[in-house]
Write a protein that binds this ligand. Structure first.
Ligand SMILES: [Zn+2]
Length: 76
């Protein structure tokens, strides 16, 4: 099982987790346990999964400009 995770706002690829890193993966997912994982994990055509999170840059932008939170694609 491979999970690609990237930013839901700017589309930036943050990283990839595979079976050998599953310990790390589970810890990572544990951090997100309050989110709806079914909604966040999107199956990809190649059999991997994509996890949409928010990158540091966008988190910073949201912290600075909370209004942007309502826009899905405020960064191009
Ligand atoms: Zn981002």
């Amino acid at each position: 099982m491979v999970i690609n995770y990237g930013c839901r706002h700017c589309g930036k690829e943050i990283g990839m987790l595979n079976d050998t890193e599953m310990d790390v993966s589970l810890r990572f997912l544990d951090l997100l346990k309050e989110q709806d994982m079914a909604e966040m994990l999107t199956p990809a055509q190649d059999g991997s999964f994509r996890l949409e999170v928010i990158c540091e840059y966008c988190q910073q932008a949201l912290d600075t400009h909370p209004d942007y939170h309502e826009l899905d694609y405020f960064l191009q």
